[in-house]
Design a protein around this ligand. Structure first.
Ligand SMILES: Cc1cc2nc3c(=O)[nH]c(=O)nc-3n(C[C@H](O)[C@H](O)[C@H](O)COP(=O)(O)OP(=O)(O)OC[C@H]3O[C@@H](n4cnc5c(N)ncnc54)[C@H](O)[C@@H]3O)c2cc1C
Length: 401
C-alpha cells in the first residue's frame, strides 16, 4: 500500500478548518494523513450564550461553499441573520440622499445579499463536519518553530513533538508565524485605523439592512443581528478607538450614534467590546515546494466590505480542488508547479479586492472638496450603472467560485 501523504494545517481559524473539512470530503481523503494544529482552545458554541463579539458578513458564494462542505445546516439551524438591503453613504450627505449606494436583494434576484454569522459558530459547524473523520485535531498546541527540510517542513510543537509535513498549509492568521519563520515577506498598506467592535441595541428596527457610513476618519458599519441588535464595526483613528474602549455606556452610545448619524436612532451598548489594528497586507509568495498559505496568512483586507473571511474560504476551496486534480493526474501535490496553480487562481482576485478596498477607504477619507464632489457624482452614477453594479455585486457575492 502507498504511504499516505502527511499534510499539516497550521491554524484552526475559519480558513484552516475549511481546508480540513474539504480535504475530509475529498475523493482522495484516504490517501492523506492530515493533522490540524492550533495554539488556542477548541472553539465552542453554546446556543444559550450571547452572540459572540466576532461576527462576519459572509457572501452567498461562501454560504454555498459551507453548504457543500456540510456545515451550513449547523450554522443556519443555530443562529445567523440574513440581510436583504445594503446602504452605503458619505458623511457629508443624509442616509436617504441621492448619492447613497443602494443594494436590494430583489434587484439581483437573490433571497438575500449576505448573512451575518458568528465566527465561533462557523468554526464549531466545521468541526461538527469532522466528527468521525481520520483528521487529527490538536488544539491548545503551539507550533514553536518551522524549517524547510528534505521532503517538506519540520514543525516543532510546544509539547516537544516534531512532525515532518510533506505539505504544510499555513492558515495561521495575519501575523502567520509560519510565513515569518520561512522568511516570506509581505506587501503592506498600513491604514492608521483601528476597528472598534461591539453590539448595540438600536432605537429603530435595523430592517435587515447592512448600513455603512463613510467618515473622513474611516467607515462605521452596522450589521443586523437576529435578535434585533446590530454589530458595530467602527474603523477609526487608534486614539478614538482607544477612547471608545474606555467610555461608559452613555458616552459610547452617543459616540456611535453620532458616527452613524443616528440612522437607527439612539444606540444602546449591549455587548462586549474589542479593537483590532487594521492593515492590508499581501504575502509575496503564497506557495513554495511543500507549502501553501491560505486566508489571512496570505492576505488581509480592510473590513469595510466584509470580505476577508470570504476570500479565505475561496482560497481553501481552490487549494483543495487543485490538490484533488493533481492527485487525479498522478502528480505529487506538494510540488511547487502544482501549488502554483492554486496561487495563480487566487492571487489576482485577492490583490484586486485588497487594492479596491484600500482605494475606497482613501477616497472616502479625503476631505478635499473636489474629491468630495467627484465621490457624490460617482455614487449617483453608480446607482444608475446597471451592468457595472451587477458585475461588482457578483464579485462581492462570490458568484464565480
Ligand atoms: C473588525 C473585523 C471585522 C471583520 N469583518 C469581516 C466580515 O464581515 N466578513 C468577512 O468575510 N471577513 C471579516 N473580517 C476578516 C475575518 O475576520 C478574517 O479574514 C478571518 O477571521 C481570518 O481567518 P483565518 O482562519 O485566515 O485566520 P485566523 O482567524 O486569524 O486564525 C488563525 C489561527 O491560527 C492559530 N495560530 C496562530 N499562530 C499559531 C501557532 N504558532 N501555532 C498554532 N496555531 C497558531 C490561531 O490560534 C488562530 O486560531 C473582519 C476582520 C476584522 C478585524
Amino acid at each position: 500500500m502507498k504511504p499516505r501523504l502527511k499534510l499539516v494545517i497550521a491554524g484552526g481559524g475559519m480558513a484552516g478548518l475549511a481546508v480540513a473539512v474539504l480535504l475530509h470530503r475529498s475523493r482522495h481523503a484516504a490517501s492523506l494523513d492530515v493533522t490540524l494544529i492550533d495554539a488556542g482552545p477548541r472553539p465552542v458554541f453554546l446556543p444559550g450564550d450571547d452572540v459572540g463579539l466576532r461576527v462576519s458578513a459572509i457572501s452567498p458564494g461562501t454560504e454555498a461553499l459551507l453548504a457543500r462542505a456540510g456545515a451550513w445546516d449547523h450554522v443556519s439551524s443555530a443562529r445567523c441573520s440574513s440581510y436583504e438591503h445594503m446602504r452605503v453613504w458619505d458623511a457629508g450627505e443624509p442616509a436617504d440622499g441621492p448619492s447613497t449606494l443602494r443594494f436590494d436583494a430583489d434587484e439581483f434576484a437573490t433571497p438575500h445579499l449576505g448573512t451575518i454569522v458568528e465566527n465561533a459558530l462557523v468554526q464549531h459547524a466545521l468541526l461538527e463536519c469532522l466528527n468521525g473523520s481520520r483528521i487529527e485535531l490538536r488544539f491548545a498546541t503551539r507550533i514553536e518553530s518551522v524549517e524547510a527540510v528534505d521532503g517538506g517542513h519540520r514543525l516543532t510543537l510546544d509539547s516537544g513533538d516534531e512532525i515532518v509535513a510533506a505539505l504544510l498549509v499555513a492558515a495561521d492568521g495575519g501575523r502567520s508565524p509560519v510565513r515569518e519563520a520561512l522568511g516570506i515577506g509581505v506587501e503592506r498598506l498600513a491604514y492608521e485605523q483601528t476597528a472598534f467592535v461591539t453590539h448595540v441595541r438600536p432605537e429603530k428596527d435595523h430592517g435587515s439592512t447592512a448600513w455603512q457610513r463613510f467618515l473622513p476618519t474611516g467607515p462605521i458599519g452596522l450589521l443586523p443581528l437576529s435578535d434585533g441588535r446590530v454589530s458595530v464595526v467602527w474603523s477609526t483613528t487608534p486614539e478614538v478607538a482607544a477612547r471608545a474602549m474606555d467610555y461608559d455606556d452613555d458616552a459610547l452610545g452617543d459616540a456611535l450614534g453620532s458616527a452613524s448619524d443616528f440612522v437607527l436612532g439612539q444606540l444602546e451598548p449591549a455587548g462586549p467590546r474589542g479593537s483590532f489594528r487594521l492593515a492590508a497586507q499581501h504575502a509575496k509568495d503564497y506557495v513554495r515546494t511543500g507549502l501553501a498559505l491560505v486566508g489571512d496568512a496570505a492576505h488581509t483586507v480592510h473590513p469595510l466590505a466584509g470580505q476577508g473571511a470570504n476570500l479565505g474560504f475561496a482560497d481553501a476551496a481552490v487549494l483543495v480542488a487543485t490538490l484533488d486534480a493533481a492527485l487525479d493526474a498522478g502528480e505529487f501535490p506538494a510540488d511547487r508547479p502544482v501549488l502554483r496553480r492554486y496561487e495563480r487562481q487566487r492571487r489576482g482576485a485577492n490583490a484586486l479586492m485588497m487594492h479596491a478596498l484600500t482605494g475606497l477607504n482613501r477616497l472616502f477619507a479625503s476631505d478635499s472638496a473636489v474629491l468630495g464632489a467627484a465621490r457624490r457624482t460617482g455614487m449617483q452614477w453608480f446607482n444608475r450603472a446597471g451592468p457595472v453594479r451587477r458585475r461588482i455585486v457578483e464579485v462581492a457575492f462570490g458568484a464565480e467560485r
